[in-house]
Design a protein around this ligand. Structure first.
Ligand code: SF4
Length: 361
């Protein structure tokens, strides 16, 4: 049984959990989104599909994840196929989703499931959480959706719904434990369609209880929602003042040869964008002046936002090789063929910008 705080018991002992869950499941029967990794109500999806979709959804929105999911399933129809794939092919197909450590963990996880579990995903939390790239959320999602085991699934959408249903007046970031208790209270180790129930909350958060202005008139749980009853649904979750992301700066060298090629590099196997293909340049530092180690006139600017910082780069065209770092694997390549390189987004932006500049000069 999940832990329930005193606060929850005091305020919400009249919330009818059976009625709440029935309302959600009934709504889901006729409002579930059709997604390529989903199956019909009452059926269990392939755990491989469920796992793959959840890993992708950690990186992008549902609409974008559909294309990536279909591509991966076409290329690697089973977990064994994915386990046997070349790591470069996986990172190449992952390009655009960002945070490439996830792609590497995806591959490692597939290899463990294929080789140590004979292709069968474990259905208990302990073993799932030991797998690379699987944390509490993904583990709970796989257990409830693929195996119909009672689990408390908490994503951003579900946190927002919990906040509103219980009229919780603290910012989301400060309320993780409390919101988990709310969700546990409504889950209560229930075995009646735990996967469908979790997905019903995900879908409600995506289409009705949305972050801007919730569509309460269409909501199946309006009668249970304390924020709605108090007329404060638009003010919850309470916003926390955002701290601006730090900035980093650097220079990219677009070194050209007389065949119209430029120099690319295979980045080192450690750190940000490890093992990915990029464009050589300076280190990325928090000092804008320090990043400009040489005197030149930049040809263009590139901006990119990572999870933890904003990056501002200067792009400069050079006619000869400027770097002699033997640790980096450098190679000449036609920049017009950049699609074949599976560049991470920051370098994709940079190369596109470079091509624009070349064409106009
Ligand atoms: S009534 Fe409104 S605020 Fe409450 S859960 Fe439904 S959509 Fe969200």
């Amino acid at each position: 049984m999940a832990i329930v705080s005193q606060n929850l018991k005091k305020n919400d002992n009249d919330l009818d959990v059976d009625a709440f869950r029935s309302a959600m499941l009934d709504w889901y029967k006729s409002n579930a989104r059709e997604l390529p990794w989903r199956v019909h109500f009452g059926e269990r999806p392939d755990p491989y599909h469920e796992w793959l979709s959840e890993i992708m959804l950690q990186q992008t929105v549902v609409k974008a994840a559909i294309g990536y999911f279909n591509k991966f399933i076409n290329l690697w129809p089973t977990i064994h196929d994915l386990a046997d794939a070349h790591p470069d092919d996986i990172t190449k197909e992952w390009a655009g989703l960002g945070y490439y450590a996830r792609a590497r963990n995806l591959h490692k996880c597939a290899q463990i499931i294929s080789r140590e579990y004979n292709g069968v995903f474990p259905n208990n939390e302990k073993d799932l959480m030991l797998l690379p790239g699987i944390g509490p959320y993904t583990s709970a999602a796989i257990r409830s959706i693929a195996f119909q085991k009672p689990s408390v699934v908490m994503d951003g959408n579900i946190e927002r719904i919990m906040c509103r249903v219980f009229a919780h007046k603290l910012p989301l970031k400060d309320s993780k434990r409390q919101l988990y208790e709310f969700a546990s209270y409504l889950s209560q180790d229930r075995t009646d369609y735990p996967g469908e129930y979790a997905q019903s909350l995900m879908d409600l958060g995506a289409s009705v209880c949305i972050s801007s202005t919730p569509k309460c008139m269409r909501c199946p749980i309006q009668q249970f929602c304390q924020a709605y009853k108090s007329g404060i649904q638009n003010d919850i979750p309470v916003k926390k003042n955002r701290v601006p992301k730090p900035e980093r700066f650097g220079v990219l060298y677009f070194i050209e040869n007389d065949k119209g090629q430029i120099l690319f590099e295979r980045r080192s196997d450690k750190g940000l964008l490890a093992n990915m293909v990029g464009v050589p340049g300076t280190n990325w530092t928090d000092d804008a002046e320090e990043s400009l180690t040489e005197t030149f006139i930049p040809d263009f600017d590139i901006s990119h936002t990572f999870t933890h910082f904003r990056l501002k780069l200067k792009g400069v065209r050079l006619l000869e090789k400027k770097q002699n770092d033997t640790n980096k694997k450098l190679f000449w390549y036609d920049p017009n063929e950049y699609v074949k390189l599976g560049l991470p987004t920051v370098f994709l932006k940079a190369v596109k910008q470079y091509l624009k500049v070349v064409k106009t000069r």
